[in-house]
Design a protein around this ligand. Structure first.
Ligand code: GDP
Ligand code: MG
Length: 317
């Protein structure tokens, strides 16, 4: 049985399933549906930050540390799509290579498909498959551009935000929203000048940030990913976050929060698909289109009228 091979962690069938999910094959959806009850065990760690901040190097180091403890690891590397090919950048795969011969590590690269400018929708599915495969930890690497960075919370229990010195005005480089999503700040490239200033700035910003009840104040860890320096401290911070989440209701809450966001995401898509399919059959659809073209109504009003038509509600002004 396909399900059993995936639950046993076999890479071939799992990789095929991920590809089929990406291609939106109905059979793959059904397989995932059957795997779903076996998910929810993996600790999902998001890592985000600017391109070149050292996320892949850090991920590589974290893999080594998790493996030393006997934990299995899945990695989902989300690369920016090339505007020309839509393909993933090869670099990440190459950089992850030290672990490619280790059966306890499964790396999968995904291209973002610009779904609402954000994370590839199948990222959640891929995380689920790795979870079902029995991976203890699943690391999701996203590039800190646009919404991806903030969307990581719909997938990760623990979010690591990587900062580096030397990007000019350090405070400017920390975007709104980032302080709220970070469980851990890593100041990587600590060998470069300015790292301590980044740590100071972050510390100051965290002091004015309102900490929600039961939430840990994010830790700040200095690392030099290329040499593995600071990795012990990072592993302690990750472990502290996991232990904190699992000690109270945090884990369940995060789980619920994550699933609700994904549910809403699918709801949005499915409603839109259904609505679009019904458009031609609504009364006066032709009129709406003509009025739109003649600039008699604006697109916003046109959409409202179409929604009213689809839902069969009373006339909308
Ligand atoms: N000086 C220095 N360079 C680093 C460090 N960590 C990573 N790099 C370099 O930064 C570049 C980008 O690293 P990478 O992990 O691909 O960054 P990513 O784009 O965030 O995944 C590579 O050339 C690394 O060798 C560090 O701690 N110090
Ligand atoms: Mg990378």
């Amino acid at each position: 049985m396909l399900i059993d091979t995936i639950l046993r962690g076999e890479v071939g069938p799992a990789a095929r399933l991920m590809r089929d999910l990406d291609d939106e094959m109905p059979q793959a959806r059904e397989t995932l549906r059957q795997l779903y009850p076996h998910t929810g065990r993996a600790h999902v760690i998001g890592i985000t930050g600017s391109p070149g901040a050292g996320k892949s190097c850090l991920t590589n180091q974290m893999i080594s540390h998790f493996r030393k403890r006997g934990q299995t690891v899945g990695v989902v590397a989300i690369d920016p799509s090339s505007p020309f090919s839509g393909g993933a950048i090869l670099g990440d795969r190459v950089r992850m290579q030290p672990h490619t011969t280790d059966a306890g590590v499964f790396v999968r690269s995904l291209a973002t498909r610009g779904h609402m400018g954000g994370l590839s929708r199948s990222t959640g599915d891929v995380v689920d498959v790795m979870d079902a495969m029995g991976k203890d930890v699943v690391i999701v690497e996203t590039v800190g551009v646009g919404q991806d960075e903030l969307e990581i919370i719909r997938l990760a229990h623990t979010t690591i935000v990587v900062q580096v010195p030397g990007l000019g005005d350090e405070i400017q480089s920390i975007k709104a929203g980032i302080l709220e999503i970070a469980s851990i700040f890593v100041v990587n490239k600590a060998d470069l000048p300015g790292a301590d200033m980044v740590v100071r700035d972050l510390t100051a910003m965290l002091q004015i940030r309102a900490t929600r009840a039961r939430e840990l104040v994010p830790q700040i860890v200095k690392t030099e990913a290329t040499k593995g320096k600071g990795l012990d401290e990072l592993m302690v911070a990750i472990e502290r976050d996991r232990a904190h989440l699992q000690s109270g209701d945090g884990w369940t809450e995060k789980q619920q929060q994550r699933l609700e966001l994904r549910f809403l995401d699918y709801l949005r898509t499915q409603l839109f698909e259904q609505a679009r399919a019904r458009l031609p059959s609504i009364e006066k659809y032709g009129e709406i289109v003509t009025a739109l073209a003649a600039r008699e109504i604006d697109p916003y009003t046109a959409a409202r009228r179409a929604v009213a038509g689809i839902l069969g509600t009373a006339k909308v002004a």
